[in-house]
Ligand binder design. Structure first.
Ligand code: G3I
Ligand code: 9MR
Ligand code: ZN
Length: 586
């Protein structure tokens, strides 16, 4: 069946739409609590919404009950094993949740600590089976990290369960816009998202976040088995997976130290499997001197500096190579502080057109200082701190803005550095965390998103807000910060107005139709595992999203593989999720 340009797997919802003909309202396409969720929040079916993977015994636990105001004030929790009621509580008052438009009440059951499988009964509804278990998220961490293995370019991949494919994109070349010419062997990396491009700016934040997870949660991740081809080697699995991408990033550095912005075909491929995509994978530059971009080079430098620390104990030669690359990139970025990348004529793939590269370069200075202790890097960092009479603002990082990672890198250094500067960063982080904690309290579904945060990739925004909270917890040892960070995990895994788990293969009602070429083009009904949907986006961005009737922002999502501004997956959205899951397992 051809929809638009591409063939998509037939699914029931597409069929319904086609039968209804053009102009039929698109329904949020995921089953909520046994019924089809309807298009408007007023007639959305009620239900009890929880993290479908359950909760950790010691952490806060809340469910959202969507119900009418007249409902019984009391809720109870019954053990599935013996049918006994083990917990009784009173629902919070009914409130209208602005983000979803839903009338909701909160069921608070943090005091239920005993491991087991339960069902919440509230307002005439029953929740899904709900587990409380110390290892509730162990599998999720493995599945989401293996999601990266599934994204590997340039080698055969086998995730098990039939999710396997041969090597892809072996035909590489320098595009004329790169200032070089000729063929190029494929050097690995991860496909960015639902497309097969590889983009340095986005690789930078993704890889940096994963390496930070390694540094924060090292004892856990050190012994963490991923079942990847490198398993059993000297390098721990987690670092081995990340190295696959670093290896590609290293090849994107020119001999002058600058780093090309991306490696993609000239336009997006059709919805075919990676090995069937025969478009040349070009190293693409700005089209004129100096061809490389500052944002790419700055982010690259930061990541290579982190890598030099992480790989030192396992492969000193590789660590040295990363450090040398970081230094060269740093020098190039200082020589060329504002080369912005825009897609040159004829290039139609993702732009990642970050207009401000100062933050990437400051991040590089902080990471290089952390790794080497050299004064030049510290001075460069300190020179970019806002003056004392200007407030220091910490915000959740995103692909176009990594300044907070720069500040945190400095404050995270345990031995060296200026105590007053570190204190300033720590207290600005606490302030930002406090704001997120307030938002979570105000949210009917417990997340930390402001209404303005429902943009393309809002689930990534939620993940990065959790990252902020976890960094704040690291600085201040505040349980609330960690609990609220976990609230976004609960939101992503089912406690949301769609009653959906936004990670493929996780929970009882995971989304099924990511904008992800391998998932659409293979012969398996379920998508590739461990991938986070971009999530609700109230601004549109593709034809399907643009045709959605306007609703409150959390409702602006659809489980539709055509809707890339709502339901694509991307390496920079999975990364903070892995970080959060590593925290949850530590
Ligand atoms: O930050 C602004 C916000 O201030 C404003 O209120 C809001 C209103 O539209 O927009 C916000 O910016 C949005 C930005 O994402 C947020 O990060 C832009 O509108 C939106 O267009 C932009 O979307 C980006 C998208 O590419 C289009 O350029 C996504 O961040 C980015 O994740 C996505 O990346 C694509 C790659 O290009 C190609 N590969 C797939 C990948 C994922 O979809
Ligand atoms: O598949 C592409 C996806 O990875 C990108 O995020 C998105 C925005 O750049 O574009 C998708 O490709 C679409 C293209 O932009 C327009 N024609 C249809 C393509 C596939 O749906
Ligand atoms: Zn590939």
């Amino acid at each position: 069946m051809a929809i638009g340009q591409y063939d998509f797997k037939m699914n029931r919802r597409h069929l319904l739409r086609l039968m209804g003909g053009a102009g039929v309202a698109l329904h949020p396409g995921v089953q909520a609590i046994g019924q089809l969720a309807s298009a408007s929040s007023e007639d959305a079916p009620g239900g009890v919404f929880v993290n479908q993977l359950g909760y950790l015994p010691a952490n806060t636990k809340q469910a959202t009950v969507r119900c009418n105001d007249a409902s019984d004030d009391h809720f109870q929790i019954r053990s599935v094993q013996n049918n006994r009621v083990v917990f009784r509580g009173r629902l919070g008052g009914a409130v209208t949740d602005t983000a979803s438009g839903d009338r909701v009440r909160i069921a608070e059951f943090s005091k239920l600590h005993a491991a087991g499988t339960y069902q919440i009964e509230a307002a005439g509804f029953k929740s899904d089976a709900l587990s409380i278990a110390p290892h509730a998220y162990a599998n999720a961490l493995k599945v989401t990290m293996r999601g990266y293995y599934g994204q590997r370019c340039g080698m055969a991949v086998d995730l098990g369960g039939g999710y396997r494919r041969p090597a892809c994109h072996s035909a590489g070349a320098f595009h004329a816009t790169s200032g070089k010419s000729g063929p190029l062997a494929n050097h690995g990396g991860w496909h960015d998202a639902g497309d097969y491009g590889r983009y340095i700016v986005n690789s930078g934040i993704s890889t940096g976040t994963l390496l930070w997870a390694w540094e924060f949660y090292s004892p856990l991740l050190h012994s963490f088995s991923l079942d990847i081809p490198e398993s059993g080697g000297k390098t721990p699995d987690f670092l081995a997976e990340v190295r696959w991408n670093l290896q590609w990033m290293l090849q994107m550095q020119d001999t002058d130290g600058g780093v090309w912005h991306k490696q993609t075909s000239e336009h997006f491929s059709a919805f075919i499997l990676p090995q069937d995509d025969k478009l040349t994978s070009y190293v693409i530059g700005t089209g004129s001197e100096p061809y490389k971009s500052t944002c790419a080079t700055g982010g690259f430098s930061a990541v290579m500096a982190i890598a030099a620390r992480c790989y030192e104990p396992y492969d000193a030669a590789f660590a040295q190579q990363c450090l040398a690359a970081a230094r060269q990139a740093w020098a190039w970025a200082n020589k060329h502080p504002d080369v912005i990348f825009e897609n040159p004529p004829g290039i139609l793939t993702g732009e990642y057109g970050d207009k401000h590269c100062g933050d990437e370069v400051v991040w590089a200075s902080a990471e290089l200082w952390r790794t080497t202790g050299e004064a030049e890097f510290e001075q460069a960092f300190l020179a970019k701190m806002p003056p004392r009479d200007v407030a220091l603002t910490i915000s959740a990082p995103e692909w176009a803005d990594v300044i907070s990672m720069a500040y945190w890198a400095y404050a995270l250094e345990p031995k060296r550095g200026k105590p007053d500067v570190k204190e300033r960063i720590r207290s600005a982080t606490a302030k930002a965390a406090a704001l997120l904690i307030e938002r979570s309290k105000d949210s009917g579904y417990g997340n930390t998103l402001a209404l303005a945060d429902y943009v393309w990739g809002s689930n990534g925004v939620a993940g990065n807000q959790s990252l902020l909270l976890l960094v704040a917890d690291h600085f201040h040892h505040d349980k609330t910060m960690r609990n609220v960070a976990l609230n976004n995990l609960h939101y992503m895994l089912g406690r949301n107005c769609h009653g959906v788990s936004w990670v493929t293969h996780l929970g009882v009602r995971p989304f099924e139709h990511p904008h992800h070429r391998p998932s659409v083009a293979d012969n398996i009904a379920a998508p590739w595992p461990g991938l986070l949907s971009g999530g609700p986006n109230s601004h549109g961005g593709d034809a399907v999203a643009n045709a959605l009737p306007k609703q409150p922002p959390m409702r602006m999502w659809l489980d539709d593989e055509r809707a890339y501004s709502l339901n694509e997956i991307a390496i920079n959205w999975n990364a903070p999720l892995v970080f959060l899951l590593a925290a949850a397992n530590s």
